[in-house]
Write a protein that binds this ligand. Sequence first.
Ligand code: SAH
Length: 357
Amino acid sequence: MEQTSIFKYTIEELEEILMENGFKKFSAKQIYDWLYIKMETNFDNMTNLSKELREFIKLRFKADLLKDLVTEESKDGTIKILFMLDDKKTIETVLMPQKYGQSVCVTTQVGCKMSCKFCASGLIKTERNLSVDEIVRQIYTMNLYLKNKYKDDPENRRARVSHIVVMGIGEPFDNYDNVLKFVKIINDKRGFEIGARHITISTCGIVPKIKEFADLKTQINLAISLHASNDEVRNTMMPINKAYPVKTLLDAVRYYVDQTNRRVTFEYILIDGVNDRPEHALELAKIIKGINGYVNLIPYNEVEENPYKKSTRIDEFYRILKKQNINAIVRKEFGADIDAACGQLRAKREGVIKNEI
Ligand code: SAH
């Protein structure tokens, strides 16, 4: 039988598999404890499991980590890892030490088919969804890294991943089922226990999925990549806007807020001469007024292959929003010196990859 990655299972699924095979349901919790709390990936070392059970899980599952090719550390402490998947495709994951804990930016697809004009990830030609375990294993590796870094001080709250932003390569709502299952696994109290309020999913605006997500009424944070105050500008930046224009998108956001009572984040990259004029700020304030949310102003990270430039009017834009009583913050950039900042992920180290294979 081909072994499957144990990282793709929720605890309920593991319980079912164990029971079907004549083992105790309870052992699923023990396995989760070894994997996610003790960080043990060698089944032979799971000493409180019976020998028969250990033999069974060895036959049935594997607990391989992702193969990490390169780890880069930025001056500000940001870590970026380039991973190679089993089919030799590569992805990137970023760890950002924050005041409030350790935050990981996860990738959900190889490449991205949304083709936002300003984004580097869309330049990756091959694309596919990541499987559940490929997403879980990104967090697992970062957690091991932290555990090791703080091995002399394991009680330190920095010794583990505490926050997740689903903002790496890919459109999470284009890989909806796998992303939600990933969230369920890392959220489980018997495992990593990363709280829903510590998880943020960012979408370019796939309206039917926003509604589906709203109906789940979770406490997970939602961020919307709005980036423009009207269809005319947004159409030039994001092809998805043709399918789901600004008004339709904002209606879905209102629905989400109604269903969940959660505050939404509007991401707004400021690009010189495209969406950064004072009238854009006023228009933005007008269209989102009354929605429980705030604007995250993101300095644009320039990408070689396109002509967009960083705006010089960030402070002015911010002040106009504030004057209109809109909550806004300017996002601090992490890891710009190692190409790990927003929108820079694309696993472009072909040289390294060739050498490794
Ligand atoms: N597909 C999802 C999540 C991935 S992108 C989404 O669209 O939200 C995470 C954020 O980085 C998005 O807001 C995206 O628009 C932004 N981004 C993309 N390229 C960028 C760049 N070059 N500079 C700054 N932000 C960028």
